[in-house]
Design a protein around this ligand. Structure first.
Ligand code: FAD
Length: 307
C-alpha cells in the first residue's frame, strides 16, 4: 500500500505528489490524464514568476518535476470508488484496487459548455471560460458573457474594467445573481444585459471569434451581437460523480467539503484544488492547496499507527 495516494494529476495533484515524496513516504498518483485542465489552456499569464507560458509546456515541467522523485505515476486510469477502513481503497474503472494509508482527491473540475456550433472550433480563439485568465486578452474590445448567475455577473463587472463593452446574455427571463452584483453591473455604463436570450451559435472568420447569434426567446427572433470574445459562465462542474452517494461530504454543487488543512469529513481522506470548496479556481491556488493537503496527510500519518 501507499502512504499517500493522489487521485488526479493536475496542478493540485502534481504539487501534492512532490510535497509528499519529499517526506520520503510511499507516494502514488493515479490520473485519467496528467496535466488536467492545464493541458487545454493556451496562454497562461498569471502563473506567478513566469510572465508567459503555455499549458502543455507547463504540464511538461510539472511532469518532469514529479519524476525527480520516487512517485508511482499511473495514468489513463479512472477512479470509480472510494472506501475507507484500515486503508483507504480506490477502486479503478479497470477493476483494480489501490490501497493507501491516506488519499488526496484532486480530480478537478470542468467548465459547462454551451454545446452550440462554433464553440469547440473557436475555443481559445475568442471562446473563453476564465475571466481572471483571459480577460486582459480582450483589452479595449467588445465581449459577451454567457450566463447571468453570480459567476456571469462577476465576470461582467470584472471585464467591464478592461474591455470596451460587455453584453451579458441570460437564458431565463430573470438574473440569478445576487442583488448587490446586479446593482453594481447596472451602474456600469459599458454593461448591457439581455434576458431570455438563448445563444445558438458562435460566429468566427475561420481564425477567431467575430460574434454570436442568439434567439430572443420572447419573439423567437434570431439576433446577432458582434464581439471578439465570449466568456461562457454557465457553471463549473466538479469531477465528483464517482464519489456521490458515499460517505464523503459534498456540497449541493458536488464540491468536496474541506477545512483549512484540506481534510474532508473522512479520516485519512484529503482533497485539493478545483474539486473542492476552495473559493477561487486557479493553477497557483490549486498548487498551494495540493501542498497543503500533502503536508496535512503527512501530519496525519505521523500521528496514526501503521495498520
Ligand atoms: P485539474 O487541472 O482539473 O486536474 C484534474 C486531474 O484529475 C486530471 O489529471 C484529470 O485527468 C484527473 N481526474 C479527473 N477525474 C478523475 C478520476 N475519476 N480518476 C482519475 N483521475 C481523474 N488557471 C490559471 O491560473 N491561469 C490560466 O490562465 C488558466 N486558464 C485556463 C484555461 C482553460 C481553458 C481552463 C479550462 C482552465 C484554466 N485555468 C487557468 C484554471 C486551471 O486550469 C485550474 O484551476 C487548475 O487546472 C485546477 O487544478 P486541479 O489540479 O485542481 O484540477
Amino acid at each position: 500500500p501507499y502512504d499517500v495516494l493522489i487521485v488526479g494529476g493536475g496542478p493540485a495533484g502534481a504539487s501534492a505528489a512532490i510535497y509528499a515524496a519529499r517526506k520520503g513516504i510511499r507516494t502514488g498518483i493515479v490520473a485519467e490524464r496528467f496535466g488536467g485542465q492545464v493541458m487545454d489552456t493556451v496562454g497562461i499569464e498569471n502563473f506567478i514568476s513566469v510572465p508567459y507560458t503555455e499549458g502543455p509546456k507547463l504540464v511538461a515541467s510539472l511532469e518532469q518535476h514529479v519524476k525527480e522523485y520516487e512517485v508511482d505515476v499511473i495514468t489513463e486510469q479512472k477512479a470509480a470508488s472510494l472506501e475507507t477502513g484500515d486503508y483507504v481503497e480506490i477502486g479503478l474503472e479497470s477493476g483494480a484496487t489501490l490501497r493507501s494509508r491516506t488519499v488526496i482527491l484532486a480530480t478537478g473540475a470542468r467548465w459547462r459548455e454551451m454545446n452550440v456550433p462554433g464553440e469547440q472550433e473557436y475555443r481559445g480563439k475568442g471562446v473563453a471560460y476564465c475571466p481572471h485568465c483571459d480577460g486582459p486578452l480582450f483589452k479595449g474590445k467588445r465581449v459577451a458573457v454567457i450566463g447571468g448567475g453570480n459567476s456571469g455577473i462577476e465576470a461582467a463587472i470584472d471585464l467591464a474594467g478592461i474591455v470596451e463593452h460587455v453584453t451579458v446574455l441570460e437564458f431565463a427571463d430573470t438574473l440569478r445573481a445576487d442583488d448587490v452584483l446586479q446593482r453594481k453591473a447596472r451602474s456600469m455604463a459599458n454593461i448591457e444585459i439581455i434576458k431570455s436570450a438563448q445563444t445558438t451559435e458562435v460566429r468566427g472568420d475561420g481564425s477567431k471569434v467575430v460574434g454570436l447569434t442568439y434567439k430572443d426567446r420572447t419573439t423567437e427572433e434570431l439576433k446577432q451581437v458582434d464581439v471578439a470574445g465570449i466568456f461562457v459562465q454557465i457553471g463549473l462542474v466538479p469531477n465528483t460523480e464517482w464519489l456521490k452517494g458515499g460517505d464523503l461530504n459534498l456540497t449541493r454543487f458536488g464540491e468536496i467539503e474541506i477545512d483549512s488543512r484540506g481534510a474532508t469529513n473522512l479520516e485519512g481522506v484529503f482533497a485539493a484544488g478545483d474539486v473542492t470548496t476552495v473559493p477561487f479556481k486557479q493553477i497557483i491556488i490549486a498548487m498551494g492547496a495540493g501542498s497543503t493537503a500533502a503536508l496535512a496527510a503527512f501530519d496525519h500519518l505521523i500521528r496514526t499507527p501503521d495498520p
